[in-house]
Ligand binder design. Structure first.
Ligand code: GTQ
Length: 349
């Protein structure tokens, strides 16, 4: 018998299983092949959400409930392979959040880490740890675990961003706590841009001691990240599987910007098709610039700016933009690496 085969259920065995089930006991050999699999198996399936369509529904939700009543007015990007799970991948959650003009999403804090990737509108803000940041297209913003955060929109246009949270990871550990501040907005005691100046200028405050696992940079502006890719692309050094792919880091320790979620930004040049690749970190992608198609497990998904798609663990993926394209993505790679679980397969590359 191989590791993936299950012993036959004889009548005597079944009777035994039933008898011991009453005592909360269960034979491993009857389930072993379901729980220790030769390679990853997942209910998570490849899927793409068209931004324009989701935006219409989000604006419709805006007429049904305020940000304040909802606390967070978000449409969860629920994986169709995992109905009623509030999951986008097995370990991560993603949603689209709308803050209408002159609304506030009240201050709270929770165990879960959050990232924002700004998709629509300009100039609304989020506040974390006494600092406010205004958000522009493509900005990557972090809310570390247990940090007070509230969102507001003092502009005249709706603002929509993608939320990425480690909700399923925190649930798996039964470690969820949430508190409300009791005020809509937290007190502001740092000027906008303070954390970026202090920690994102290739310097650190002398004697700075790491206080938490998440990066002390609060907003990684798209302008800077995109500008870096623009300079680097002239070198024409392409990874066959990724094009030009960078990870957002915590400048204090060089690790990923967040303790449980690994965020990335990549540029794929015109005329390039990435070589087939798979890894154990299921990944949520956002097309930031350009149009093209991604083949996931043999199925083709066409995307344009702001569309979001998900690649499950250990499924082959290949991107083929029409012209130059930029993709933002996030996965649980950082958590898997810490646990010694992460694996990749670069095919023939
Ligand atoms: O903005 O704090 O999509 O607490 C889900 C839970 C966003 C948030 C979500 C949240 C938030």
């Amino acid at each position: 018998m191989s590791a993936s085969e299950k012993p036959t259920d004889t009548p005597e065995r079944l009777a035994f299983y039933e008898k011991i089930a009453k005592k909360s006991l269960k034979p491993l050999w009857a389930v072993m092949s379901n729980i220790i699999t030769p390679e990853p198996t997942s209910d998570c399936i490849p899927h793409l959400w068209k931004f324009d369509e989701a935006k219409e529904y989000l604006l419709e939700a805006g007429g049904l409930i305020t940000a304040k009543e909802a606390e967070r007015r978000v449409l969860i990007l629920e994986n169709p392979g995992m109905p009623d799970s509030s999951k986008t991948t097995t370990s991560l959650y993603a949603g689209l959040q709308l803050v209408l003009p002159h609304e506030v999403a009240p201050a709270h804090r929770h165990s879960q880490s959050a990232l924002r990737f700004v998709l629509d509108g300009s100039g609304a803000h989020t506040a974390v740890n006494g600092e406010r940041t205004t958000m522009e297209y493509g900005d990557f913003v972090i809310t570390p675990p247990h940090s007070w955060h509230d969102h507001g929109n003092h502009t005249d246009e709706p603002m929509i961003w993608l939320d990425g949270l480690d909700i399923p990871i925190v649930t798996a550990f039964d470690a969820s706590f949430v508190e409300s501040l009791g005020e809509d907005e937290q007190p502001i005691n740092r000027q906008t841009g303070d954390s970026l100046a202090r920690f994102g200028s290739n310097m650190l405050p002398v004697d700075y001691q790491q206080e938490r696992l998440a990066s002390p940079i609060f907003n990684y502006p798209y302008e800077r990240s995109r500008g870096a890719l623009e300079t680097m692309k002239n070198q024409q050094e392409w990874d066959p599987c990724h094009g030009l792919k960078m990870r957002y880091v915590n400048p204090v320790d060089g690790g990923y910007a967040m303790p449980t979620i690994a965020p990335f930004l990549q540029l794929i040049p015109k005329g390039f098709k990435t070589a087939a690749y798979r890894s154990t970190d299921a990944t949520v992608y956002v097309a930031v610039e350009g149009t093209g198609r991604t083949t996931i497990d043999g199925k083709v998904f066409e995307w344009g700016p702001k569309d979001i798609f998900v690649v499950p663990s250990w499924k082959w993926v290949s991107h083929e933009p029409d012209g130059e394209a930029v993709l933002f993505s996030f996965s649980d790679r950082v958590a898997q690496e810490k646990l010694g679980l992460w694996r990749q397969d670069r095919g023939n590359s």
